[in-house]
Design a protein around this ligand. Structure first.
Ligand code: MN
Length: 368
């Protein structure tokens, strides 16, 4: 118990000196590391962790000092807090799969993304982003959904997100099936007005009615359009593919003014040039990023509800997210991770990494 409580102490509000002190408190547990701490400490001191604003930020403990297999699984090993108060960005789970049409299991998505996120470190080696040096971030837990009633769940999500966005905090959501994008966007658009949308998915999710139901994971963006939540000229859907109900499956999307980038247009290519066009399309207005893990090929991300072959690569997924840097992102989600179909954990691991990439492109993130 003593060990556990010390670890929690190390999690909290980690200024650099505290991180080093915490590391020292662990040195008796790992005597062989004591020597190397000296040089690590110099390096840590050099890292100008709080120079941008002078206020303390939450920084996950480094696995150099705190075993990554220890502790309670919050997203990225960040501290947990109950509300979004005082946060620039928050990871939040929405554990539902009541809207899923095929394989269930996405209700366990947030839990398993958190588990696999223990591997995340604090800097983005590829882009040199340092999100924890300029943003206050925490894991604020899960929306208390009603697993017996999808409409009531939507109401609960909408109300929870109203409170989050009212504080100015940017939500980074772990799904949950894609139904959740609808009530989230209701709350986001209530604050920001109609938003641009970067929707990465194997499916358009613009069905009207499925099995007599208006609410489900195949309908969220139809509902969003009906309610005026989207600035339709600033919507792009990327990665769409698979069999359809008609010869032109994406006709409705295009009729709304969406740009549709089918998976075939992405094959064998870097998506960096596409994202330059998307940034122009989005302009300076508020943008929401919704990333369905089934956009990726099921060879890379099999743990999902409605997989489609011949999808995007993880590299292309990362290119899309990194291509969002500079946009006025007001919210992001990563949905449809279904752990029962994720036998290696790699789908959840991919989700965790994509969420970290999203954090790295939020406004005001510091880059080296
Ligand atoms: Mn979807």
């Amino acid at each position: 118990w003593q060990l556990t409580s010390r670890m929690f102490a190390a999690w909290r509000n980690v200024s650099l000196s505290r991180a080093v002190a915490a590391a020292d408190s662990f040195s008796s547990l790992a005597p062989r590391q004591t020597l190397s701490l000296c040089s690590d400490r110099r390096r840590l001191r050099w890292t100008p962790s709080r120079q941008s604003s002078g206020k303390g930020f939450n920084v996950p403990p480094s696995a150099e000092f705190v075993a990554r297999v220890s502790g309670i699984n919050t997203m990225a090993k960040l501290p947990h807090q109950d509300s979004a108060d005082g946060l620039d960005a928050a990871f939040i789970g929405v554990p539902i799969d009541t809207g899923t049409s095929n394989r269930p299991g996405a209700r366990f998505g947030p839990r398993h993304i958190r588990v696999e996120s223990a591997l995340l470190r604090t800097y983005n080696s590829g882009t040199r982003a340092a999100p924890y040096e300029s943003l206050m971030v925490a894991d604020i837990g899960d929306v208390n959904v009603n697993v017996y009633d999808l409409k009531d769940t939507c109401r609960r999500i909408r109300e929870a997100y109203r409170k989050i966005v009212a504080t100015g905090c940017i939500p980074l959501t772990m799904g949950g099936d894609h139904t959740i994008a609808y009530p989230i966007l209701q709350a986001v658009a209530e604050k920001h007005g109609p938003v641009g949308l970067i929707h990465v998915d194997a499916h358009a999710d613009t069905s009207d009615v499925v099995l007599g139901e208006k609410i489900g994971h195949g309908t969220p963006f139809r509902r969003c359009v009906e309610e005026g939540l989207l600035d339709c000229k600033r919507v792009v859907q990327i990665g769409l593919r698979g069999t359809g109900y008609s010869p032109d499956s994406y006709e409705w999307s295009r009729a709304q003014g969406f740009r549709v980038v089918q998976a075939e247009e992405c094959w064998f290519k870097s998506l960096a040039p596409l994202m330059a066009e998307v940034r122009t399309q989005m302009g300076n207005g508020p943008v929401y990023l919704s990333f369905d893990i089934d956009a990726l090929d099921p060879g890379f991300a099999p743990g999902t509800g409605t997989p489609e072959i011949a999808g995007l690569t993880p590299i292309q997924g990362v290119e899309i997210i990194r291509g969002c840097r500079g946009l006025n992102l007001v919210g992001c989600d990563l949905v449809e991770v279904s752990p029962p179909y994720d036998t290696t954990g790699n789908t959840a691991l991919t989700g965790a990494n994509l969420l970290f990439e999203m954090l790295c492109v939020l406004p005001k993130v510091k880059y080296y």
